[in-house]
Design a protein around this ligand. Structure first.
Ligand code: ACO
Length: 353
């Protein structure tokens, strides 16, 4: 068996910033409500496709790993906001980066998507199916928001993040790599976080199609499940909770993150939070957070990292990882999104039917 090691990382956050005060000008809400209930101060809005933001993140991750697209043999894009039903976003990325020998497919586990994608990538390496995998989380939930609905419009932002997983023969006691994975779901709660009338359910849509959410139910379950599965992967990895050097949770709500940290008895300094800058970017939030954690020197060689996520479905996932020796990118890419002059408010308005 081989082990999956994260050797590259990168992100793409669009330039257009939607601040709480922008939302105050449009909705019956306030900076104070949003900040105290969610921790969010601003979020980014993409004037680009999901394929484009995924590709930029992928190029940064490839550069960090010192690889060319042609060296990748599998691309997994976690997204619940593909540009089209067919083709998969992963095949768009494949074409753009020239990964001609790679398999490419999308997974949809809403906000838990990156954990699912990383779990699939890890298994593909452990089984010998692939050796160098791009796992990308890319979402553009701004396109599926009803700008009149203050209970959802304030929460979400757009972005993408990516990692490169590479196969390693080193299975030693202190060897780096993904040590354990857990994923799960409970379809009984499908209606609590959904986009009714999307897909082929109502075709063509006869009214605005937008995300709806029973926020209290998501909150109630997320705080329990995220703590439980983070503890489970830590134990499966042969670690104690005290061994966790950095928890990187899905960034949905700072109160969910705080509650998860309390359940794990983790000092807040060992929990990465950037929700104030980006809101909930769904499957992109963990790889964006990982990239920032590395840029900020929050990850040391050999450090133990736990990723944990919860989202629509309901679905959830966690991974325990021992970091390798390298905490800096091998190279940097100058990849960026196509230029746009539109403000975040203008992009949001144009998404409304
Ligand atoms: N501004 C001002 N007031 C608001 C807003 C707003 N943006 N939104 C709701 N309110 C009001 C409500 O109308 C309600 O008013 P009322 O008491 O007069 O009826 C009051 O604030 C409280 O509303 P609650 O829904 O009870 O607020 P709560 O404290 O639960 O916070 C929130 C809502 C932020 C959505 C929270 O429940 C939450 O974060 N839930 C989890 C969301 C999540 O984790 N999603 C992740 C998955 S997403 C995915 O998978 C794609």
């Amino acid at each position: 068996m081989q082990r999956a090691v994260i050797t590259g990382w990168g992100s793409c956050v669009p330039d257009a910033v939607l601040s709480n005060s922008d939302l105050e000008s449009r909705l019956d809400t306030s900076d104070d409500w949003i900040t105290t209930r969610t921790g969010i101060k601003e979020r980014r809005i993409a004037d680009a496709t999901t394929g484009e933001i995924a590709t930029v993140a992928a190029r940064h991750a490839l550069a960090a790993a010192g690889l060319q697209g042609s060296e990748i043999d599998m691309i997994v894009v976690a997204t619940c906001t593909p540009d089209r039903l067919i083709p998969a976003v992963a095949t768009v990325v494949q074409k753009e980066i020239g990964a001609t020998g790679a398999s490419a497919f999308d997974v949809n586990a809403a906000c838990a998507g990156f954990a699912y994608g990383a779990a699939v990538g890890t298994s593909a390496i452990e089984s010998g199916l692939a050796k160098r995998i791009l796992v990308i989380g890319a979402d553009r939930l701004s396109a599926w928001l009803d700008f009149e609905d203050r209970s959802t419009a304030v929460l979400f932002g757009d972005g993408a993040g990516a990692v490169v997983l590479e196969a390693s023969d080193d299975l030693g006691a202190s060897a780096p790599g993904v040590l354990s994975v857990d994923i799960g779901a409970n379809g009984e709660f499908g209606e609590q976080l959904t986009v009714p009338g999307s897909g082929l359910e109502v075709h063509p849509p006869d009214k605005m199609v937008a995300i709806t959410m029973d926020g209290r139910e998501v909150f109630r379950q997320a705080v329990v499940v995220m703590g439980e599965i983070a503890a489970k992967v830590t134990e499966s990895a042969g670690l104690e909770l005290g061994d966790i050097d950095l928890l990187i949770p899905h960034q949905a709500n700072s109160r969910i993150i705080d509650a998860t940290a309390r359940r794990l008895d983790l000092d807040p300094r060992r929990v990465f939070v950037n929700i104030h800058s980006y809101g909930n970017t769904s499957s992109a939030s963990i790889p964006i957070a990982l990239t920032e954690a590395l840029e900020q020197g929050r990850i040391d060689p050999g450090g133990h990292i736990v990723f944990v996520a919860f989202g629509g479905g309901f679905s959830w996932g966690a991974l325990a990882v021992r970091w390798g020796d390298r905490v800096h990118p091998l190279a940097k890419s100058d990849a960026s999104l196509p230029p746009s002059t539109r403000t975040a408010l203008e992009i949001m308005e144009s998404n409304q039917v």
